[in-house]
Design a protein around this ligand. Structure first.
Ligand code: UDP
Ligand code: MG
Length: 305
């Protein structure tokens, strides 16, 4: 009989050939004796990562390897891994030791206490100054426009219960930001303080372009601010129109009537953008299909023997 897997560990891999062997050993070490599988998702690596993974798998049946056809990005790689996971809970972590494996035990312990989402929250991070500054600005700006707020300083190092894994697999969008989703879905959630280490080997696979894409995906998925701002533009310009109209009358200058008319027209246009934007947001959210609500537990419904 197939043994039931308690925890699936999902690791997105992009050019990580020199980290994979040691990482596998460390994950086994810290998860023992909890039954687990490790799913490596090769996200179009151009180095030897895939062959290294095949070799590891040849000696270790608890390893699974999924190779994507090209580089789709970390978020897509994580979703691909989650869709294949069999554990009662899934842990997502980076391959470069920045998410230290020694915390895996703490994540599992919190889950066993009854938490459905356990987020690793960085107390300290060993990273480049550029990364530290961009991450700081990213979280703070995002939380000005996203409600409910996304837990700052939590990366993609987390544990989620199987029922959340199932929900995630239903979401349909190519531009997803998993952290944003986790912050919005409710369930019992806790953070575990972690120390984010420096990358062990290799170099960051996150180019500036990829970082910008992630930030755009986060905003577009979880904020309607870029559309709502047009209501304010429309209001500001209509006030300007009223002011010019007042000046035209008070100063008896026909020029100001023209200004007022032009301002009125652009106010209508801005309002038009905002209203169109509302429809587009609704269409997008419906297509994305993240559900009207999510169910935590069902008791007494259709319980078949
Ligand atoms: N990664 C990926 N696809 C990418 C970029 C990165 O799967 O296009 C993986 C990478 O191998 C690592 C994790 O995502 O396991 C985090 O990436 P990285 O360490 O390069 O990002 P940083 O820590 O510098 O933000
Ligand atoms: Mg990293």
């Amino acid at each position: 009989m197939k043994q039931k897997i308690t925890v699936s560990v999902i690791v997105p891999v992009f050019n990580e050939e020199s980290n994979l062997k040691v990482l596998t050993r460390e994950i086994h070490r810290y998860l023992y004796p909890t039954s687990h599988e490790i799913i490596f998702v090769d996200d179009g690596s151009s180095d030897n990562s895939f062959n290294v993974l095949k070799n590891i798998r040849a000696k270790d049946i608890n390893i699974k390897v999924l190779k994507l056809s090209r580089n789709f990005g970390q978020q897509a790689a994580i979703l691909a891994g989650l869709s294949k996971s069999e554990g009662k809970a899934a842990i997502v972590m980076d391959a470069d030791f920045q998410d230290p494996p020694q915390y895996l035990k703490d994540f599992v312990a919190k889950w066993q206490e009854g938490y459905n989402i356990v987020l690793g929250k960085r107390r300290k991070r060993k990273d480049t100054i550029f990364k530290k500054i961009t991450a700081y600005i990213f979280y703070r700006t995002l939380n000005l426009i996203v409600k409910p707020r996304i837990e700052p300083d939590c990366g993609d190092f987390f544990l989620i219960d199987q029922k959340i894994v199932r929900q995630l697999s239903k979401v349909k969008t190519k531009h997803f930001f998993i952290r944003g989703y986790l912050s919005q879905i409710g369930f019992k959630k806790i953070t575990v303080p972690i120390k984010r280490e420096a990358r062990k080997n290799g170099k960051s696979g996150y180019s500036l372009k990829k970082m910008l894409k992630l930030a755009t995906d986060a905003v577009v998925n979880f904020s309607s601010f870029p559309v709502k701002i047009f209501y304010f533009f429309s209001l500001a310009v209509i006030l300007a129109a009223a002011y010019f109209f007042y000046l035209a009358m008070a100063l008896k200058q026909n020029n100001y009537y023209i200004f007022s008319f032009v301002a009125l027209l652009s106010s209508i246009q801005f309002l038009g953008f905002a209203v169109l934007g509302e429809y587009i947001i609704r269409i997008y959210r419906d297509i994305r299909n993240s559900g009207h609500y999510l169910v935590d537990e069902e008791i007494g419904f259709d319980e078949k023997e």
